[in-house]
Design a protein. Structure first.
Length: 247
């Protein structure tokens, strides 16, 4: 487009070029898709397709693993209590202890838990450290911690807040974010079953420690939540159907 201007008898012609948008000026939000929570089996299927594109080795593992379970849990006190119950014990033992806890404390809420003594909870099979952790979570909830709201927060923020509660470490926070909040890019590298599964499925010489497994799993971002389910499911097949997932 030309713009003509006359000043003191002189004619000035200016050529105006069309504006070309600069991709580098776009916001990160416009360029990077926002990952939705894992809420349905369709979300898992979509994540699995993304994983197979990122790492073709996982296609063979997926064929052996079969259907990947969703296993969503409520983002509430009961959901977190189930995860705490599963700290450092076998999946079968955790399930038995949690079933007894649910029978004892009805409903299993932070407020209702206060009505039971440590001896009552120990009778359900809970260790003293886990009882202290449940008490700490109960107190945090009574003091204003909203676990459902926390599940909607960014993963780093939610993780830090959970780990600020005495007795909750990275594994517990990771499992809560993965199964209660549905965060799509969480990989609990401290989980022993995942360490063994990744070693065996990828034919590594040694079992990776959490830091090494973090490095391996970084290649599967932003679908690490589905990757974790994939390796748990694969390992379950290797264990002849014995449960390997923590919830």
């Amino acid at each position: 487009m030309k713009v003509v201007s006359r000043v003191d008898g002189l004619e000035l012609v200016v050529q105006v070029l069309p504006t070309i948008p600069c991709l580098s000026c776009k916001s990160a939000e416009a360029i990077t898709p926002i990952m939705k929570p894992i809420a349905t089996s369709d979300d898992i299927e979509a994540g699995l397709r993304g994983l197979e594109t990122l790492d073709p080795r996982l296609s063979t593992i997926a064929l052996a693993a079969g259907e990947l379970p969703l296993r969503r849990r409520a983002a509430d006190f009961e959901g977190l209590a189930q995860i705490i119950t599963g700290q450092q014990v076998s999946v079968a033992s955790a399930a038995a202890i949690f079933a007894r806890l649910q029978t004892l404390v009805q409903p299993l809420t932070s407020d209702r838990l206060k009505a039971f003594s440590d001896e009552d909870l120990a009778g359900a099979g809970l260790s003293r450290p886990k009882i202290r952790t449940l008490r700490a979570v109960s107190l945090a909830c009574q003091s204003g911690l909203d676990l459902a709201q926390l599940a909607e927060a960014p993963a780093d923020e939610a993780h830090a807040q959970l780990c600020s509660i005495k007795g909750i470490g990275r594994w517990t926070a990771d499992i809560f974010l993965l199964f209660c909040a549905g965060h799509p890019d969480i990989f609990p590298s401290g989980d022993l079953a995942l360490q063994i599964a990744v070693r065996d499925a990828l034919e590594l010489q040694e079992k990776p420690d959490p830091k090494q497994l973090d490095e391996i799993a970084s290649a599967w971002s932003p679908h690490r939540g589905v990757a974790a389910r994939l390796f748990w499911a694969w390992y379950r097949v290797q264990k002849q159907g014995r449960e390997t997932m923590p919830v």
